[in-house]
Write a protein that binds this ligand. Structure first.
Ligand SMILES: [Zn+2]
Length: 256
């Protein structure tokens, strides 16, 4: 498992403990993908998907910002708000988004982009609290172009820079398992249950992290972003952590 994936897992465990009392967010590492996203599944569990192509060459600052931004979405309840907004605008697919009238698209876009900016500032405060540089962390956004859901990357970084002075670093000192970030890779790996094989198309809520592969998108013309809401995975290899096992394991380590 590459260093980047381990770093993501450590951050995820830390943020789960800090914001969700250790209730694990399920992390899906997706092969041959650069998409990153969050959603809430039918069981109400928080999910985070990380395209492995996306994080492959990221610096530690950048990884921290990326994961912190995604947790910003989860903590600020953006997946739920997105569903509400999409219902309001009658959107069930990216095609519907595309077909909105000019005015509706502008208003819808504004709501969606606003959430991105909120998650950026939230993420910036988190990485600051972890001793990372938010502007350097957000630097990968500079290459991002504007979309219906996302503001232009240069604007996003400019907003972080502009707000840098007023950022309040998140205080992790009280977090039970701040230790998670100091653990060695070997220690994190020791907590992983080896080669847990997940049945096709099912997402087991007991899984903390898995390496998966999305099916090649079909002939329906939908773009890959849609898979976040109609989630079907074929699992090539699963590296799993039992949901109940991991918080106990961290706890044991931190007390012992
Ligand atoms: Zn986002």
């Amino acid at each position: 498992m590459a260093n980047q994936s381990l770093e993501v897992l450590k951050l995820s465990v830390l943020f789960d403990n800090h914001f969700f009392n250790g209730v694990p967010t399920q992390v899906h590492f997706i092969q041959n993908s650069s998409l990153v996203g969050t959603w809430i599944d039918d069981q109400g569990a928080a999910n985070l998907s990380i395209g492995l192509d996306r994080i492959q060459f990221m610096s530690s600052d950048q990884l921290a910002f990326l994961i912190a931004h995604e947790y910003g979405h989860l903590v600020l309840k953006h997946p739920e708000k997105t569903l509400e907004i999409q219902q309001q605008y009658g959107i069930a697919s990216s095609f519907d988004e595309f077909m909105l009238s000019f005015d509706a698209k502008r208003d819808y876009s504004k709501l969606m982009r606003e959430m991105e900016l909120q998650a950026d500032l939230f993420g910036a405060q988190l990485v600051l609290g972890l001793g990372h540089d938010p502007v350097s962390g957000a630097s990968f956004l500079l290459a991002e172009t504007k979309s219906i859901q996302h503001p232009e990357g240069t604007l996003r970084v400019a907003k972080i820079k502009a707000g840098e002075q007023s950022l309040v670093a998140e205080d992790f000192s009280g977090t039970f398992n701040h230790l998670a970030l100091q653990l060695s890779d070997a220690e994190v790996l020791a907590a992983l249950v080896p080669s847990y094989a997940q049945p096709m198309g099912s997402v087991d809520s007991a899984v903390k992290a898995a390496v998966e592969s999305w099916p090649v998108s079909g002939a329906d013309g939908g773009y890959a972003g849609d898979t976040l809401y109609g989630f079907e995975v074929s699992v090539l290899l699963t590296i799993a952590v039992l949901a109940c096992a991991i918080p106990k394991w961290w706890r044991r380590t931190s007390v012992g």
